[in-house]
Design a protein around this ligand. Structure first.
Ligand SMILES: CC(C)(COP(=O)(O)OP(=O)(O)OC[C@H]1O[C@@H](n2cnc3c(N)ncnc32)[C@H](O)[C@@H]1O)[C@@H](O)C(=O)NCCC(=O)NCCS
Ligand SMILES: Nc1ncnc2c1ncn2[C@@H]1O[C@H](COP(=O)(O)OP(=O)(O)OP(=O)(O)O)[C@@H](O)[C@H]1O
Length: 179
């Protein structure tokens, strides 16, 4: 049997943490940001032509301040990312796909979890990763199409509280999937 669970949500809301829970339950974990990095390697020539650089930090600064440039980057990378995703999910298995822009990528899945938390929590958790408040706000401006979808998880609380919610959601998904 094949089951595809998508974990979506804005930057720093806790998608990786939620996905890790499902990985521990035996799901195969796929991170679309990582597929983006693989696609980037395949499409270096096209990227260099458009951006005159291959430095991810520089490209990040450009695209999250200019939506037209983000569209150009997505047009180069998304087809390859989706091709790799299709290959990776060909077998019967349980998959947890982490994808902030799941809707934009039009990933088909059986269950969706949207992870949410307040802007304050996002800023606090992500700034520890070395991104400035301005960087985070620029990324968030380009994530306005991430809407509440499927099972909604609020992740402003502790990890323990998150895991308690996830155990219930896991039970629900496994029961629903067996029908
Ligand atoms: C712009 C790039 C080069 C910046 O790389 P960098 O290593 O600095 O950052 P990283 O990939 O970790 O992304 C930073 C944050 O932005 C988010 N993000 C990435 N791409 C997008 C996008 N197209 N739209 C909205 N948010 C995005 C990520 O989920 C993450 O939270 C890179 O994000 C990229 O190639 N993006 C385009 C591919 C894509 O759409 N990936 C999203 C998969 S969900
Ligand atoms: N409930 C929580 N309590 C405390 N810290 C948390 C909680 N949930 C997640 N975190 C931490 O917050 C940070 C962001 O979480 P995580 O990496 O899971 O988010 P993400 O949505 O995957 O981020 P990105 O969009 O950048 O991929 C991480 O350092 C994670 O360990």
């Amino acid at each position: 049997m094949k089951l595809i669970l998508c974990v979506t949500g804005k930057i720093g809301t806790g998608k990786s943490t939620v996905s890790k829970f499902f990985k521990e339950k035996g799901f195969e974990y796929i991170n679309m940001d990582e597929l983006g990095k693989i696609a980037f390697e395949y499409e270096k020539d096209k990227i260099l032509e458009v951006f005159n650089t291959l430095e991810r930090n520089k490209i990040r600064d450009i695209v999250f301040q200019d939506q037209k440039m983000l569209k150009k980057l997505e047009k180069i990378l998304h087809p390859k990312m989706l091709e790799i995703l299709e290959q990776m999910t060909a077998k019967e298995n349980y998959y947890a796909i982490e994808a902030a822009i799941k809707r934009r990528l039009k990933i088909k899945c059986d269950f969706t979890i949207t992870v949410k938390c307040s802007l304050d929590t996002i800023l606090k958790r992500v700034s520890e990763r070395g991104l400035s408040q301005k960087d985070i706000e620029n990324i968030l401006k380009n994530q306005m199409d991430i809407l509440d979808e499927g099972i909604i998880i609020n992740n402003d609380g502790t990890i323990k509280e998150l895991y308690e919610k996830l155990e219930k959601i896991y039970t629900f998904i496994m029961k629903s999937a067996s029908f």
